[in-house]
Write a protein that binds this ligand. Structure first.
Ligand code: NAD
Length: 528
C-alpha cells in the first residue's frame, strides 16, 4: 500500500492511532541504479576484509541494537502495530542472537571447503571450493516483520562479503531505515548498506538493476514477477512467500500445549505472520477439548494499544489488511462456517482497525478461508477421523511453508512430518525457528524458493568458485599425444577400477603393458 504525501516523501503512520510518525525521502525508480553503483564502489573493500573482522562488525551491530533496544522496540510497535512484547520476542532479541551466531559461525561456514580427490589418477591434485561474495545484493522486505526478516538477510549477506541495497515495505520505512543506522553505528563502511524507499515501482527498479541477486520476502504474486525478472537477467532470487500453515493435532497430544501453541501460532502479530497457523486438523476424539480450550484462550487475549505491556493483540497493520481478513471470515460464515468467537472490534480511544482472535468450525476445503492466505488472527478448525485424512488435507494446498504435528510419540511425529509438503515441520511447536538463525527458513510449492538463515542461507549469498592445484611433477595421461595404448589402458583400467571382481585379473593381464606405457608417459616431464 502506498502512503505517499508530499512529492519526494514517504510518510509513516501508527496503525493503532493514525498518528503521523515521520517520513523518509522517497527514492524514484530512476535513482535506483545509481545507488546500486555507489554500493558497488564500497563493496570490494569490504570483501577483502578478513572474516574475523567482518564478524567483529556483526558483534558491534548486536551491541548497537542493545544500546537502543527500548527505542527500537517502541518504534517497531508504533509503526507496525505488534504488541511491545512481540517487538522484543519476535523481532529484536532474535536478531541480537542472530548477529552473534553469524559472527561465531560465519568464518567456519565461509572457510574454503576441501573436495577430496581419491581417484588414483587424480591423487596428486588438490581441490577446494572458495565461497566468493556475489557483489551487491537486493533485500526487499515486507511490513509484517519489518526488522527481523530484512536484518537477518542483510547480516548474512554482509558476513559473506556483499554490499546490500535494502528496500523496506512502504508501510514500515522508519524501522527499515534504522537497520542501516544500526549497521552504520556498528562502523560498517559508509555506503555499504543503503536503504531506498518506495513501493512496487522502486522494488521493480531494484530487481531490474545490476544487483547480483534478489532476496525477496512478500506475496506470491509479486514474488513470481520478481523471479521472472531475475530469470530474464540470469540472476538468482530467493523467494520467501506466503503460507497456509497447518497444525495437525493427534489424539495422544498434550492438549494444553497444543492449545497454547495454536493460540500463539495463530494470533501472534495479529495473525500477520507468513508461517502463522491458518488451519487446524484435530483428531475427533480430542476435538471438543481442543476447541473449548482454544476458544477460552482466544477470548482471554487482550486486544488494544500495542504499547501497553498487557496487550496481546494490536491493530491490523493496515485498513487493507483488516478488510481482507473480514472478507474471508464473512465468506466462510456465509458458506456455512460457525464463528465461535472473535471478529472486528473497536478499541476505545484508538482509531485503528482491530480484529479480535477468531475461531471457526464447520469449515470445508471449498471455502476461501481454507485455501487463501488469511494473514489475520483467524484459526479455522476441522476435526478429522484419521491421521491419513489430516495429512491429505494439510497437503491439499498450493502453499508449503511450514506445518506442525502435535503428538507425544516422536517417531510418529517424524513419520507424519516426512509426508508433509512443507519447507519446515515443527513437532510440538510452530514457527519459532525463525528466531533461531542457525535453522534454515523457507518453503516449497508456492511458498517460495531457496532458503534464508543457517548454513543454507549463507550458501545463497555466495558464488562457489571451484579451485584445484596440481604440483606439476607429473603430466596428465589424457593430454596429447593420443595413441592405441591410451585407448587400451583406459578400457582395461575402467574394469580394474569399477568392474566386477571376477573381471579384474583378466583386465590387469591385458592392461599391464598399456598401463605401464601410460605411467611412463605420465612421469615424463612435458616437452617444452
Ligand atoms: P508484497 O508482495 O506486497 O510486498 C513485499 C515487498 O515487495 C514490499 O517491499 C513491496 O514494496 C515490494 N514490491 C511490490 N511490488 C514489487 C515489484 N513489482 N517488484 C519488486 N518489489 C515489489 O507483500 P507484503 O504485503 O508486504 O507482505 C505480506 C506477504 O509476505 C504475505 O503473503 C506473507 O505471507 C509474505 N511473507 C512471507 C514470509 C516468508 O518468510 N515466507 C515472511 C513474511 C511475509
Amino acid at each position: 500500500m502506498e502512503i505517499t504525501a508530499a512529492p519526494g516523501e514517504l510518510e509513516s503512520f501508527n496503525p493503532a492511532t493514525g498518528e503521523r510518525l515521520g517520513s523518509v525521502p522517497l527514492t524514484s525508480p530512476d535513482q535506483v541504479q545509481a545507488v546500486v553503483d555507489e554500493v558497488a564502489e564500497v563493496q570490494p573493500f569490504w570483501a577483502q576484509l578478513p572474516l574475523a573482522d567482518r564478524a567483529a562488525y556483526m558483534r558491534r551491530a548486536a551491541q548497537a541494537i542493545i544500546d537502543d533496544l527500548e527505542g527500537l522496540a517502541t518504534l517497531l510497535t508504533r509503526e507496525q502495530g505488534k504488541p511491545i512484547d512481540e517487538s522484543y520476542v519476535m523481532e529484536l532479541v532474535p536478531t541480537i542472537d542472530a548477529l552473534h551466531w553469524i559472527a561465531d559461525n560465519g568464518p567456519a561456514i565461509l572457510a574454503d571447503e576441501r573436495v577430496p580427490m581419491r581417484q588414483p589418477y587424480l591423487l596428486q591434485k588438490r581441490a577446494w571450493i572458495r565461497w566468493e561474495p556475489l557483489g551487491v545484493v537486493a533485500v526487499i522486505a515486507p511490513w509484517n516483520y519489518p526488522w527481523s526478516i530484512p536484518l537477518g538477510e542483510v547480516a548474512i549477506a554482509l558476513m559473506c562479503g556483499n554490499g546490500v541495497v535494502l528496500k523496506p515495505a512502504p508501510l514500515t520505512p522508519l524501522i527499515g531505515q534504522r537497520i542501516q543506522a544500526v549497521l552504520e553505528r556498528a562502523g560498517v563502511p559508509e555506503g555499504l548498506v543503503r536503504c531506498i524507499h518506495g513501493g512496487g515501482d522502486v522494488g521493480q527498479a531494484l530487481v531490474e538493476s545490476s544487483v547480483a541477486k534478489v532476496f525477496f520476502t512478500g506475496s506470491v504474486a509479486v514474488g513470481r514477477r520478481v523471479a521472472a525478472a531475475c530469470a530474464e537477467r540470469l540472476k538468482g532470487s530467493v523467494l520467501e512467500l506466503g503460507g497456509k500453515d497447518a497444525q495437525i493435532v493427534l489424539a495422544d497430544v498434550d492438549i494444553e500445549n497444543a492449545v497454547s501453541g495454536c493460540a500463539w501460532g495463530g494470533f501472534a502479530n495479529a495473525g500477520q505472520t507468513c508461517s502463522g497457523i491458518e488451519r487446524v486438523y484435530v483428531m475427533r476424539e480430542v476435538a471438543d477439548r481442543f476447541l473449548d480450550g482454544l476458544v477460552a484462550r482466544a477470548k482471554a487475549l487482550r486486544v488494544g494499544d500495542p504499547l501497553r505491556p498487557d496487550v496481546e493483540i494490536g491493530p491490523m497493520a493496515s485498513e487493507r489488511q483488516f478488510e481482507l481478513v473480514r472478507e474471508l471470515v464473512d465468506d466462510a460464515v456465509s458458506s456455512g462456517a460457525k464463528r465461535l468467537c472473535g471478529g472486528p472490534v473497536d478499541v476505545p480511544g484508538m482509531s485503528g482497525r482491530f480484529f479480535a482472535p477468531t475461531v471457526l468450525t464447520d469449515v470445508t476445503h471449498d471455502m476461501r478461508i481454507m485455501r487463501e492466505e488469511v494473514f489475520g488472527p483467524v484459526v479455522p478448525v476441522m476435526p478429522v477421523d484419521s491421521e491419513e485424512e489430516a495429512i491429505a488435507l494439510a497437503n491439499d494446498s498450493r502453499f508449503g511453508l511450514g506445518a506442525s504435528v502435535w503428538t507425544l510419540d516422536r517417531g510418529k511425529g517424524e513419520r507424519i512430518a516426512a509426508r508433509l509438503e512443507a519447507g519446515m515441520v515443527w513437532i510440538n511447536d510452530h514457527m519459532f525457528s525463525h528466531g533461531a538463525v542457525q535453522t534454515s527458513w523457507g518453503g516449497v510449492k508456492e511458498s517460495g524458493l531457496g532458503r534464508a538463515h543457517g548454513k543454507l542461507g549463507f550458501r545463497e549469498c555466495v558464488s562457489p568458485k571451484q579451485m584445484t592445484w596440481d604440483p606439476s611433477r607429473t603430466r596428465n595421461f589424457w593430454w596429447h599425444p593420443y595413441d592405441d595404448s591410451l585407448r587400451r589402458a583406459l578400457r582395461e583400467s575402467a574394469t580394474l577400477l569399477y568392474g566386477r571382481d571376477t573381471q579384474k585379473l583378466g583386465a590387469l593381464r591385458r592392461g599391464a603393458g598399456p598401463l605401464a606405457r601410460l605411467a611412463a608417459r605420465t612421469l615424463r616431464r612435458p616437452r617444452p
